[in-house]
Structure formats: structure tokens, C-alpha cells
Design a protein around this ligand. Structure first.
Ligand code: DGJ
Length: 713
């Protein structure tokens, strides 16, 4: 056994695996340069903390699974017992597998195999350093004993150095997902728990620790993401003993996971990422990793029209056909029929579970609409909410026992619905059969918007806590459907953005970020969702002029500029707007299509502007040949001239021409007299644009200016 050094993409991970206990993380962060075995041993020895007064008589170090037996007094990484015994462990290292190919484009992997025969447990730790520098960590625990072992918690953690003194994470609610919260990192534990049975509107996509004042483009930052769509925890812990850790795993209810002899439990994957280039650096690594996945959607993301905010439950074939005609005219490429097409679903009070086309509303089935849409050259998508059931449905009347519930009572009602217990074979088979049949009977359906509109509350499976089994069953259902219908893309929607995590995204093709299509709110929701996800995975639609969820009114330019930076779409009754508006909309759609190859492959950058009412973000091509930036004015400011806006991320030495986006109307400004450079554009080096920036017109509040940047020559 030795000290192991993994290096990829300027990230180093050093593990002291000399035993006899579990490997210690000597370092996770910036590259340490070449170190030979001797150098690695020296580094490992030189980073062992001193023995201090009133403490253990030997130095205590942090392993990949910190244990009380090694002096850990922080949050337990493993908690469990066997009829009140075997509640503490001392794992000994049995074997270490290191697979570290010389090719920097291949991942480096470490497998740690350890056991505690006394406790009757064995542990496998799978650690991968991805070519992008991303760390993926998973623990597996096996019960080697002869009696059941109740697992309460198993959580991977990684250490963060003392220079990280501030924390940033995200919270939120329906229509206000991903609100950042930031504060100094105090002693103690900052815990973000979600007990919603789904990822949750308030889930922090990343928990970030960083050096003082870190921003989008500056500072050294460490972050973790807990990839799990059920109950989960993500935390940061700092103690006077000098340790600081980030961790995350599943939240288990009492009795939820009891391992029989020979049974195993695997934690969700913990994604961990380091950068010395601020939050944009974290996003860059995560986006690059996600884009390299084999299943990452590579075909151009079709501009979508979703009918929800256009017609709601008012399904009428003639009206929907007319909407599809208008959609085709403005350049839409995918038409999605939302909630309301199945039996009994005339409002959100009934029908969920009865996944048969409603014969009353659709006497000839969905075929006439699907045929119409596909003949127009558009893809057809359909909304489903498979895990849910309304008590007012044939399914519930036939199978009240298929609902997740505590014995003797139904969970509190939420949007008039309950959750089906997919760990029950009958319920699972029914759903698989119905969804499979729908897709088989309608080969024109190439997209499912998969919704999930309530929390899981008192989610009991045959008297026991059921969220863990439910989450796994949903993954199984999605995997099986995808296996059977490989051409069907799936969107993860959950009352807007309540199911956004990397495990649901392993089996879906985009997320619906929020039910709020108000561009002002969306700017923030998309900015922070984009911390984890690249734009092509984030559904972002142009809503109606007056937002249905906030009542704010925005002109098309502001709405379209905001919706441009994502998987673009429209959610608006465009059959009821004027031909002039439709022409303007078509120009925006055309602009998105022209910029889409850049938007959906480039590097996302965000600007730290000193004026909090001035926001700018952009996408820069990896080869530095072009970029697009949006500068938005959120509100008025005291300063009439807020100062130049820097355009980060460009190649320092190349020269670029910056122009307002062509072919779409300019935003409303305070006065028409614009900075002299604006009408014809300006040509400057990437260094000048990044370090000096440009003065921009005085925008009215809730207006945005789109800038196209092209390398000269
Ligand atoms: C919630 C989703 O987030 C909306 O987009 C819409 O699909 C409704 N459900 C339909 O009930």
C-alpha cells in the first residue's frame, strides 16, 4: 500500500493508503506537480496535524470514511447498528485497486476494499477522477454478519483546506427555484436536508466552499453535488480541531434500510469539483463532464412550443391545430401537448392514473393532432405524470392499496393527488404497461414531459418507509422505458424545477427549470441552475407578455433574450397575438437557431458587476472564435452610469468585433443617444474586453441587450 496521486485537468487528489486503516485524503485541490513516491510520502507526513493539549494522544486524520475509532468526533459518516451492537467500526484496509492510465483523457479510478470482521461489515469505496478533474465518490456497505444490520446513514465526505472560509448554496420554492444564500463558514455544521421524497425546489444543486470573496470569475472553490432524487443531505462541517469537510448522501428514515445477511447498500454518487477560477470554473468542469456523457443529447435542441400556458386544460383539436400551424410558422420544431389529454382530466382534481386518451375530448384519439403536427415537420411531445394518482380516478378506485401511505391514513392531499407506490409490483407493471402502450400506439410521440407535482409525505410502503425504494423504482421505470423506446426524449419536470439532479439527468434529456416564465425571475433561476447544468439541458421558454405567475409585464426582447440561453421554447398562445408580434417572435427563434451551436457547446461565463442591478452572462466558444453575451438591467440604480461591463472568457490576444445582435429589435434605452461604438460595433482584443470592458447604453429596467462577438480575421 502506498500514497496514491491522481492528477487530471489541473486537479490533484492525494490519498495516503499506507494503512492499516482507511485511506486518508491528503489533498483535494490544485495540482501539486510531479511527486515521486518519496515526495508523496513526505507530503502525506507533512500534512498530519500536531497533537494538541486536551486531545487524543496521537494525531487524528480524516479518512474517506471518518470513524470515531480513528478519533473522529464530527458528523458520523456511517451510522447503524445490529440490534444495538456493531454501532461503531474500525475498518481495516484489505486491498487497494488503482487504475490510473497514462492517457489524461481516461479517468483514474481507485477501489478501496476494507472490512471490520468484528462488526461484520465490509466497505468498498469507489473513487473516480474524471478527465475533467471532477471527483466521483460512492461507498458500498455489505452486511457480512448473520443477523440484520440497520443502516441509518452512510455519507461520503471530502476535506477542504482552511483557506475556504465562505459558503454558498441554493434554496428556493415553487416559481423561485435556486436562490443563492451565502455566508462565512462558521465552526459547526451547515446542513441542507431535503425530505420531499423528490429532489425538491429548495435543493442546493451545489454546496460551495471558497476563499474569501470568491465570485464567478475569481477565487478558489470546492463544491459537491449529491446526485439523488429522493430524500438527501448535503453539508459543510468545520471544527476547531482543524478539519473542514463537504459531504452528501441519502437521508434514510428509521428502519428504511435494513441489510439482511449478505445484503449491500450503495450511496448516491457524490460529485466533487475544485476550481481556482471561481464559480465559472466549477461550471466549466461540470458542463464539460456532462457533455462528454454518451447519452448527452447531441442533436440540435428543437425549439419547443409547450401548450400549457396557452390553453391549460382547454383541449380542443381545432385550436391546437391552429396553434401548431402558428408554431411552425415562427420556426418551432417540437410541439408538446401538456396536461389534460387523458381520461377524466378536465381540471387538476381528477384523472391522474388513468393513462388512456380521453374519448370525450379526443373522439378520434390523439392521432389527428399528432399527424397534423408531424406533417408540419414538428416533433410531437406528450405530458405525463406517471407516479401520481388522483383519488378521483378509476385507478385509485380499483387499487387504493397502491398509494404510498402510513398505515390507516392517506397523506395530506397536495394538488388533489397522491403518490403511487412503485415498489409494489402491480403498480409498477401497470405504469410500465400504460406508458409503453401509449408510446407503441403513437409512434409519432418522440418526447415525454415527465412531471411530478407533489412532495412524498408519510410515504409508506407496506407499513415501512418507502422513499428509498420509490426512488430506485422510478429510476428502473425510466431506464426500462428508455430501453424500449430509444428514440423518445424525456424531460424531468416537477412542479417546475423540483427534480433537478444528476441521477435523474442520467436518464432524462433536459429539466424544466421553473414554472415561472417571468424573464426577470428566470434570469436568476437560470443563472443558478446553470451552475450545475449546461444551457442545452435547461428548458427556457418565452412566456406571455404578462407573466401568469407574477403578473409582471415584459416586452418580447427581454423575454426572448433571457429564454435564448437554454433549450429554447415558447409557452404562449401565439395564435392570439398580432402578425407583427409573430414576425418579431420568428426573428428571435431564427436568432436562437443561428446561435444554438455556440450556446449549446460553449463555455458559460457570468459577470461580477459591482452594480447588483446589472447582470451579464455569456457563452464563449471553446476555440475562442465567437461569443454571445446578454447584459440585463434588473432595476434602476442610484448610479446613473453603472460602469463598464467586462466581457470575460475571450482569448486575450485575439481581436474581436462586438455588435448588438442583428435581425432583432434593440431594447428600450433611457435616451437614444448611445455610446459612440454601439451602432457599428467595436473591434478590440479579448484582453481589453475582459479587463476594461465596454460602456453600454442606459437600459430601462427589465431590458436586456444582446451582444454578438466574433473573432476578427
Ligand atoms: C406543473 C408543470 O411544471 C407545468 O409546466 C405543467 O406541466 C403543469 N404541471 C401541468 O399540470
Amino acid at each position: 500500500m502506498s500514497v496514491v496521486h491522481l492528477r487530471r485537468a489541473r486537479t490533484s487528489l492525494v490519498l495516503d493508503a499506507r494503512g492499516p486503516g482507511l485511506p486518508r485524503v491528503v489533498h483535494w485541490g490544485g495540482d501539486t506537480g510531479d511527486l515521486d513516491d518519496h515526495g508523496l510520502r513526505q507530503l502525506a507526513d507533512a500534512t498530519v496535524p500536531p497533537v494538541v493539549p486536551s486531545s487524543f494522544d496521537v494525531p487524528t486524520v480524516l479518512s474517506l470514511l471518518p470513524e470515531a475509532s480513528a478519533g473522529w468526533s464530527g458528523r458520523p459518516a456511517l451510522a447503524g447498528h445490529r440490534d444495538r451492537a456493531d454501532w461503531s467500526t474500525s475498518f481495516q484496509l484489505d486491498r487497494l485497486d488503482v487504475d490510473d492510465p497514462a492517457d489524461p483523457g481516461a479517468p483514474a479510478r481507485v477501489g478501496v476494499h476494507a472490512s471490520d470482521p468484528e462488526a461484520g461489515l465490509s466497505l468498498t469505496i469507489e473513487l473516480t477522477l474524471d478527465p475533467t478533474g471532477l471527483v466521483l465518490l460512492r461507498h458500498r456497505l455489505r452486511n457480512d454478519g448473520a443477523s440484520p444490520y440497520e443502516l441509518r446513514e452512510l455519507t461520503p465526505v471530502l476535506p477542504v483546506p482552511a483557506v475556504a472560509t465562505e459558503l454558498l448554496d441554493l434554496t428556493g420554492r415553487w416559481c423561485r427555484e435556486r436562490s443563492p444564500q451565502r455566508h462565512p463558514w462558521p465552526m459547526g455544521t451547515w446542513v441542507r436536508e431535503g425530505r420531499h421524497g423528490r429532489t425538491g425546489h429548495d435543493a442546493t444543486l451545489l454546496l460551495v466552499a471558497g476563499t474569501a470573496g470568491f465570485g464567478f470569475g475569481t477565487g478558489e472553490v470546492w463544491a459537491v453535488h449529491t446526485a439523488w432524487s429522493g430524500d438527501h443531505v448535503t453539508f459543510a462541517e468545520r471544527s476547531p480541531t482543524g478539519t473542514a469537510t463537504l459531504g452528501g448522501g441519502e437521508l434514510l428514515a428509521p428502519g428504511e434500510v435494513v441489510l439482511g445477511p449478505g445484503d449491500s447498500y450503495a450511496t448516491p454518487l457524490l460529485y466533487a469539483v475544485w476550481s481556482d477560477a471561481g464559480l465559472d470554473g466549477l461550471s466549466d468542469t461540470l458542463h464539460t463532464h456532462l457533455r462528454a456523457r454518451p447519452q448527452h443529447p447531441r442533436a440540435p435542441r428543437p425549439v419547443t412550443l409547450n401548450v400549457w400556458e396557452a390553453v391549460y386544460f382547454d383541449h380542443d383539436l381545432a385550436r391546437l391545430r391552429a396553434l401548431a400551424d402558428q408554431a411552425a410558422e415562427v420556426g418551432v420544431e417540437r410541439f408538446v401537448l401538456d396536461d389534460g389529454w387523458f381520461r377524466g382530466r378536465r381540471a387538476d382534481t381528477a384523472g391522474l392514473g388513468d393513462w388512456y386518451v380521453d374519448e370525450g375530448v379526443w373522439p378520434d384519439g390523439l392521432h389527428p393532432l399528432i399527424d397534423h403536427v408531424t406533417k408540419l415537420g414538428l416533433q410531437f411531445g406528450l405530458w405525463v405524470e406517471p407516479e401520481m394518482v388522483n383519488p378521483d380516478s378509476d385507478l385509485f378506485r380499483a387499487h387504493p392499496e397502491w398509494v404510498l401511505a402510513a398505515p390507516g391514513r392517506l397523506p395530506l392531499s397536495w394538488r388533489n393527488q397522491q403518490v403511487l407506490d412503485l415498489a409494489q409490483p402491480g403498480a409498477y407493471a401497470y405504469l410500465l404497461d400504460r406508458l409503453d402502450a401509449l408510446l407503441t400506439e403513437h409512434p409519432g410521440i418522440s418526447y415525454l414531459k415527465w412531471d411530478h407535482n407533489r412532495d412524498l409525505t408519510e410515504a409508506g410502503h407496506q407499513g415501512r418507509p418507502g422513499v428509498h425504494a420509490q426512488t430506485e423504482a422510478v429510476y428502473r421505470l425510466l431506464d426500462e422505458l428508455r430501453r424500449r423506446h430509444r428514440n423518445v426524449e424525456i424531460e424531468s419536470c416537477s412542479s417546475g424545477g423540483a427534480r433537478v439532479d444528476l441521477e435523474i439527468l442520467a436518464r432524462t434529456d433536459r429539466v424544466w427549470a421553473s414554472d415561472c416564465n417571468d424573464a426577470l425571475e428566470r434570469l436568476a433561476i437560470q443563472r443558478w441552475t446553470g451552475l450545475l447544468l449546461p444551457p442545452e439541458l435547461i428548458g427556457s421558454h418565452i412566456g406571455p407578455e404578462r407573466s401568469h405567475t407574477t403578473n409582471r409585464v415584459h416586452d418580447l426582447g427581454f423575454r426572448a433574450t433571457t429564454a435564448l440561453f437554454g433549450h429554447h421554447g415558447i409557452e404562449w398562445d401565439i395564435a392570439s397575438i398580432s402578425p407583427v408580434q409573430r414576425r418579431e417572435l420568428a426573428a428571435w427563434v431564427a436568432l436562437h437557431k443561428r446561435l444554438r451551436p455556440l450556446l449549446h457547446t460553449g463555455r458559460t461565463v457570468r459577470v461580477d458587476h459591482p452594480d447588483p442591478a446589472v447582470w451579464a452572462h455569456g457563452v464563449v466558444a471553446h476555440d475562442g472564435s465567437q461569443a454571445v453575451y446578454a447584459v440585463s438591467r434588473l432595476a434602476t440604480s442610484v448610479a446613473q452610469v453603472p460602469g463598464a461591463v467586462r466581457l470575460p472568457g475571450l482569448d486575450q490576444r485575439r481581436r474581436y468585433t462586438v455588435r448588438p445582435a442583428q435581425g432583432v429589435p434593440a431594447p428600450a434605452t433611457v435616451q437614444r443617444a448611445e455610446p459612440g461604438w454601439l451602432p457599428d460595433g467595436v473591434t478590440l482584443t479579448g484582453a481589453a474586453l475582459g479587463n476594461v470592458g465596454l460602456q453600454l447604453p442606459a437600459l430601462h429596467p427589465e431590458q436586456a441587450l444582446l451582444l454578438e462577438v466574433t473573432a476578427a480575421g
